[in-house]
Design a protein around this ligand. Structure first.
Ligand code: ADP
Ligand code: ASP
Ligand code: MG
Length: 410
């Protein structure tokens, strides 16, 4: 006991081939030989999860969620076992464990489960046996022993939750880019790597589409004080540190705008002809919440002659359930009709410095307007401004805002 605990997570691209798995094995052995107790969390290889979803979709357009979790969790089991085999082949000692074998307990919301507790005894017992412990990411178990998954990108959350449970000082997230950038570096060629981000900024970036970190992973890190280091699995460069920036010795200069994000995984639902009276919105959104649907943006028009319309956005995955709920409510609250719009995208700018800089929203809106990009919905908070626009203009809009706010320059 008393050794330093290192928790490292490797994403799908980083374990996408046998060659890459061998590289990860070498990194794990190196860290172990430096005297650390090592936990490695892995994602499924490459596009495995997408491929499994595609297989199921060939059978059903609405497969049972429990069975989808059973199916999708297999991807991480393959990569974990292969990594353990690779470490053994190189002379190291390792054991791979599923979420069930570790004791990663979650609620029973299949495909979007939340981690409730993580048992530590098995991991510590394996440390005692000098094993590198490999934990399959993205999966957990309910109290009824059913397998759950944590939502797309959820292996990050497995890693951070383990780091929190084991009291590790930080958690290393190895991915296919050098860190968190001012915009998706695969879209904006001159995007700049950010060295340090506060938890709150990272929360906003993650929730508005920067899929480099899973939102729940950042929430866990914030709540448990785990520092996250996002870095490339292909080099040894320093990446991005996500931490409580208040604790830094040198006070950071807060960027007005830290990053631009986009999300094309949203759908807009517009509900027309509803009574403009107290309690109607509560009923609509109450029923949607009861069906575990997260609502993102909401706009209600000014009611006329006692009749109103509400538009809101949800994640694509929730569309079928949402449609069902709204249809059921048609009679109950008197909805005339509703429309589904899948051709939208959300565009956001995030920055802690916006709090003290008026005019940022105006700059954003006017440069979109100048290019003829129509804004359909708006939401703001002290550190994020989001707009819904047409999906076919989104990449252009991301590049435009990156340029306008000079994000390529320090
Ligand atoms: P992993 O499989 O390692 O979990 P992900 O594909 O989930 O990797 O996340 C990494 C990807 O996130 C990058 O390849 C990049 O395209 C995308 N991304 C989106 N926004 C950002 C951003 N602001 N900074 C860095 N990467 C981003
Ligand atoms: N394999 C899962 C996914 O593709 C989880 C992850 O990669 O983090 O979403
Ligand atoms: Mg990911």
């Amino acid at each position: 006991m008393g050794k330093n605990i290192v928790v490292m997570k490797f994403g799908g691209t980083s374990v996408g081939s046998i060659e890459k798995i061998n590289k990860v094995a070498e990194r794990a052995i190196k860290s172990k030989n430096e005297g650390n107790d090592v936990v490695i969390t892995v994602s499924a290889m490459g596009d495995t999860t997408d491929d499994l979803i595609e297989l199921a979709s060939r059978i059903s357009s609405n497969p049972p969620k429990r069975e989808m979790d059973m199916l999708l969790s297999t991807g991480e089991q393959v990569s974990s076992a292969l990594l353990a085999i690779a470490i053994a082949q190189k002379g190291g000692k390792a054991i791979s464990l599923t979420g069930y074998q570790v004791g990663i307990f979650t609620d029973d919301i299949f495909s979007d489960a939340k981690i409730l507790t993580i048992k530590k005894d098995r991991i510590f017992a394996e440390f005692e046996k000098d094993n590198i412990v490999i934990v399959a990411g993205f999966q957990g178990i309910t109290n009824n022993n059913d397998i759950t998954t944590l939502g797309r990108g959820g292996s990050d959350t497995t890693a951070v939750a383990i780091a929190a449970a084991l009291n590790a000082t930080h958690c290393e997230i190895f991915t296919d880019v050098d860190g968190v950038f001012t915009a998706d570096p695969n879209i904006v060629s001159n995007a700049r790597k950010i060295n340090v981000l506060s938890y709150d900024e990272m929360l906003e970036l993650a929730s508005s589409g920067a899929k480099v970190l899973h939102l729940r992973a950042v929430e866990f890190a914030k709540n448990h004080g785990v520092i996250i280091h996002v870095r490339s699995s292909f080099n040894n460069n320093e990446g991005t540190w996500v931490m409580d920036t208040e604790k830094l010795n040198e006070k950071m200069e807060q960027a007005v705008v830290s990053g631009v994000t986009y999300d094309t995984n949203q759908v807009k639902i517009s509900v027309f002809g509803i009574p403009d009276k107290p309690g109607v919105a509560a009923k609509l959104f109450g029923e949607l919440a009861a069906a575990n649907i997260n609502i993102d943006m909401i706009v209600q028009n000014v009611g006329e002659k006692g009749i109103a319309a509400i538009s809101f956005t949800i994640k694509k995955e929730d569309l079928q359930t949402c449609e069902k709920v709204v249809k059921e409510l048609k009679e109950k609250i008197g909805i005339k009709n509703f429309e589904i719009d899948t051709d939208i995208a959300k565009l956001s700018i995030v920055g802690a410095g916006m709090k003290s800089h008026p005019g940022v929203a105006a700059t954003m809106f006017s440069c979109l307007g100048d290019k003829g990009i129509n804004i359909e919905m708006i939401s703001t908070s002290p550190i994020i401004i989001s707009c819904v626009i047409r999906k076919d203009r989104i990449i252009e809009a991301v590049r435009l805002l990156h340029e306008v706010f000079n994000l390529d320059k320090n």
